[in-house]
Design a protein around this ligand. Structure first.
Ligand code: SF4
Length: 306
């Protein structure tokens, strides 16, 4: 399977860049390292801070939130924003971002403490880190997470699907030459897009069939919409409905119990799909379902999802 490009906070399994010089070891990150092309980043080391160093905290002052050195209050916010902008500008095309939670620089989930005082005694609120905020502004439709977000199995499965499917899209884009190539790609991924957003998927299909613009404009239109659809949340019930809608009545019975298992979080989606694929192969079902692409993330992640 093609490797997605993933930005990873360097203190997660990679380098001892934390303020205390420690490395955070996460088995899940090992899997990402194996199956993704990793671009590591440490914004705090990136702005020239040493390891070990004084802790940085988020401080609320005059209505704004700033990243400052604990005790001295030295403001590092502008430096972190500048680093983030330069870093983003020099990136190749990426498929996802996995950062360290609760960090004043990297935290994505709103779990970074915001203090009232430079000593870090009184917590006022919880926020995102400065680097994470800049990244989120630039990539509204990319999957961006931290390890807190991925503790939820649905979030993890969704993240995996998005990064591996976006990687497929990049490969397709590099080869595509005509509108029919886009229609063919859309057909292969349609079942998945329907699970995310049925009305928009059908609308795109109509537009693709009748659109007369130049190829590159159609490709750009398709890319924007493809990424936007995948940024919705994936619902387990919808996946079951889409699978059943493709199958004939007799075949539905054969997969119903697996759909239920998936909905009860007893099996991963990839397992359900491998049975679905076998049913489709055996029988002469709707022509388009024969072309579906079900390789949405590597089998090796199955254990992390149940
Ligand atoms: S959380 Fe971010 S800023 Fe802090 S050490 Fe890790 S990579 Fe560097």
């Amino acid at each position: 399977m093609l490797k997605p490009r993933l930005i990873l906070s360097s203190c997660l399994n990679l380098e001892k860049t934390r303020y205390d010089g420690k490395l955070i070891e996460l088995p899940l990150v090992r899997k990402f390292q194996k199956f993704c092309e990793i671009i590591s980043v440490c914004p705090e080391v990136g702005i020239g801070l040493p390891v070990p160093r004084e802790k940085i905290i988020l401080l609320k002052r005059n209505g704004g939130i700033y990243a400052v050195k604990i005790f001295t209050g030295e403001d590092l916010t502008e430096k972190l924003i500048l680093f983030s902008k330069n870093f983003i500008q020099n990136l190749p095309e990426i498929e996802g971002i996995f950062l360290k939670s609760k960090s004043p620089s990297c935290g994505v989930s709103f779990k970074t403490k915001v203090y009232k005082d430079v000593e870090g005694k009184e917590i006022l609120d919880y926020e995102q880190g400065i680097f994470a905020k800049e990244i989120l502004k630039i990539f509204p439709f990319l999957p961006i997470v931290d390890e807190e977000i991925l503790k939820d199995k649905d979030n993890l499965e969704n993240f995996l699907i998005r990064i591996f499917v976006l990687r497929k899209f990049r490969a397709f884009k590099e080869e595509a030459q005509k509108k029919d190539d886009i229609i063919f790609f859309h057909k292969k991924m349609e079942w998945l897009l329907l699970c995310y957003d049925e009305p928009k998927t059908k609308e795109i299909e109509r537009i693709l069939l009748y659109e007369k613009s130049k190829f590159l404009e159609v490709l750009q239109f398709y890319e924007n919409n493809f990424k936007q659809i995948l940024s919705n949340s994936l619902k387990r019930e919808t996946i079951g409905q889409v699978i059943l809608s493709v199958l004939e009545k007799e075949k539905r019975k054969k997969i119903q119990f697996l759909i239920e298992k998936y909905q009860n979080k007893e099996i991963a989606l990839i397992e359900l799909l491998s049975h679905f694929k076998k049913l489709i192969k055996k029988e002469s079902l709707k022509k388009e379902s024969m072309q579906y692409n079900f390789e949405i993330y590597p089998e090796e992640f199955k254990d992390c999802l149940i």
